[in-house]
Design a protein around this ligand. Structure first.
Ligand code: CA
Length: 227
């Protein structure tokens, strides 16, 4: 990982830098906010370690400027000696992705940085699969047996909930919540209508039915259960 460390406390910065470089990371260092912002804007770092209390441009202001000016996401772990709730909230509001309160352990800092970089890389696979049913949740494309299926926005949401839960049952109340949030309509005619539409779309043309009704309970997506 290429790490940008912005910390005005020189001994601490040296400790962090030595530790991370000892673990095979590349670390660039700035001792004040403006130099840090300049480095971040001109080099492709994977992650930034940012002290909250800095001379000149402080960590919060730097973080805000970074979010406005940089035009690409750079995960930020903020360091602070103040551990009040308010400072943490301000840090997250300014765009910090994680937080460590001094004193902290260097292995923990390293682990958190790796986690931030992994998270920033995004989920590896956005495609849900059950037998020959596929749902690309990023592109919102559904296929059954390779054939593209058109679904309504509600149908897509219900299908995603059922596929993520599969092979478990999703209760009617949970599906109603997926569709209508906290204010579902009276009765269950609308719910049955949406399920009917979804079943037509994914199962009608296939001999192998995937969407199963458990009467009075909910719905399950997956192969027929034996017995
Ligand atoms: Ca400081």
């Amino acid at each position: 990982m290429r790490i940008l460390l912005v910390e005005d406390h020189q001994d601490l910065a040296a400790n962090i830098g030595e530790f991370l470089e000892g673990r095979g990371e590349t670390v660039d260092y700035a001792a004040d906010g403006l130099s840090g912002l300049h480095l971040a804007a001109t080099h492709p770092y994977d992650v930034m370690v940012l002290d909250l209390g800095l001379p000149g441009l402080n960590g919060l202001a730097l973080c805000e400027r970074l979010r406005q000016d940089l035009g690409r996401p750079l995960p930020v772990l903020m360091l602070t000696s103040r551990d009040t709730e308010r400072d943490k909230l301000a840090g997250f509001e300014a765009g910090a992705d994680d937080y460590l309160t001094k004193p902290f352990s260097l292995p923990e800092l390293h682990a958190r940085l790796k986690a931030l970089v992994r998270r920033a890389a995004g989920p590896g696979d956005s495609v849900l699969r059950i037998l020959d049913l596929e749902f690309d949740t990023r592109r919102l494309v559904v296929r059954r047996g390779g054939r593209r299926i058109a679904l309504t926005p509600i149908g897509l949401r219900v299908l995603e909930a059922l596929m993520r839960a599969s092979p478990a049952v999703v209760t009617r109340a949970d599906i109603q919540h997926v569709i209508w949030g906290d204010s579902p309509p009276e009765g269950d005619a609308s719910l049955r209508g949406h399920i009917h539409g979804l079943r037509q779309a994914i199962d009608a043309d296939s001999p192998r039915k995937l969407l199963h009704t458990l009467h009075g309970i909910g719905y399950r997506l997956g192969p027929e259960e034996d017995g």
